[in-house]
Design a protein around this ligand. Structure first.
Ligand SMILES: [Zn+2]
Length: 316
């Protein structure tokens, strides 16, 4: 166990921990009663944690933008205060390094309005990934909960994808409606991530991805982070870590071993596998992934996401 901790093999592509702190009016990340805090993170085998910056779409552009700035400010404060342990991931060279790498991702770009310069500003403030929308429809795209409208990407949404690729930001297709997903794939040839989405073939939920989507992501070097939310893992009832492994095995079969990863959604979900206790449970999960997936395990644990981040992020 000590070697796995020192190597920190896991990359977790999604959590809502910064939002949870902000909503609780707290700036203390050292020890919390949530899924992730600094003490447990540093004692875990997680080597890179993606922190989502989520703004409720119903707040609109002005209040939403102020909220996003507060999240960025909180993140900056915590990164400075805990700089011995946390390192920002801004370039491909930052993917490897001491402590825990922190990559910032905006979850839903509703706040952009029609101003693409804001996207560049977010980049300069350290954001390195984004999802066009959360579950609903906005100016850029349709989300996973309005599948029936059949809407894809708007012209503005296509421009945002192109600008993200130019800047060196990781395009995240989680939360998109299916048509919008295919529109993103039309707009760029590069590798994409689905930071926190599962297999629809195993759990028929609008947030999960069809086998055709999984296959298409795999063919272009994309990575799918398996979400720990019980509603995305099982049709009903409680979930167990075995269900996580089932989704991993399915994505591996359909998209390939280079396309599977973790996207826990810690601190953003109300139910999760009963035998995985927040970030403290990641060590046990890593052991199970190693035992089950053999030579594919290092990729699943984190090397797949590391490869994607190195390929997409700016060189310097
Ligand atoms: Zn989400």
């Amino acid at each position: 166990m000590s070697s796995i901790l020192s190597k920190r093999p896991i990359v977790d592509a999604h959590c809502d921990t910064w939002l949870r702190l902000l909503e609780n009016g707290s700036t203390d990340f050292t020890k919390t009663d949530g899924h992730i805090d600094l003490e447990r993170l540093m004692a875990s085998p997680v080597g890179i944690q993606v922190f989502a910056l989520f703004t409720p779409p119903k707040w609109g552009e002005d209040r939403g933008l102020r909220h996003l700035m507060r999240l960025l400010n909180l993140s900056r404060d915590l990164m400075v205060r805990h700089r011995q342990d946390l390192r920002p991931i801004l370039t491909s060279g930052d993917v490897d390094g001491p402590g825990v790498g922190v990559l910032l991702a905006v979850e839903g770009l509703d706040v952009l309005s029609e101003d693409l310069d804001l996207l560049e500003l977010f980049f300069h403030l350290g954001v390195r990934s984004a999802m066009l929308t959360w579950n609903g429809r906005n100016r850029l795209a349709d989300g996973a909960t309005n599948q029936e409208s059949g809407g894809g990407l708007s012209r503005l949404g296509r421009q945002v994808i192109r600008r993200m690729v130019e800047l060196g930001m990781v395009v995240d297709v989680s939360h998109l409606a299916e048509r919008a997903f295919w529109d993103v794939l039309d707009e760029t040839d590069g590798p994409l991530m689905a930071s926190h989405s599962n297999a629809k073939a195993l759990c028929d939920h609008p947030r999960n991805l069809t086998d055709a989507q999984l296959r298409a992501l795999g063919e272009r070097g994309g990575v799918i982070g398996i979400n720990f939310y019980s509603q995305f893992l099982v049709a009903e009832g409680e979930s167990r870590s075995e269900d996580l492994l089932r989704h991993m095995a399915h994505v591996l079969d359909v998209a390939g071993p280079a396309s599977v990863g973790f996207g826990s959604d810690w601190d953003g979900i109300e139910s999760w596998p009963v035998d995985v206790a927040g970030v403290a449970g990641m060590a046990g999960l890593a052991e199970r992934v190693n035992a089950r997936f053999g030579e594919s395990a290092p990729g699943i644990l984190g090397d797949n996401f590391r490869r994607l981040f190195r390929a997409v992020l700016p060189q310097s």
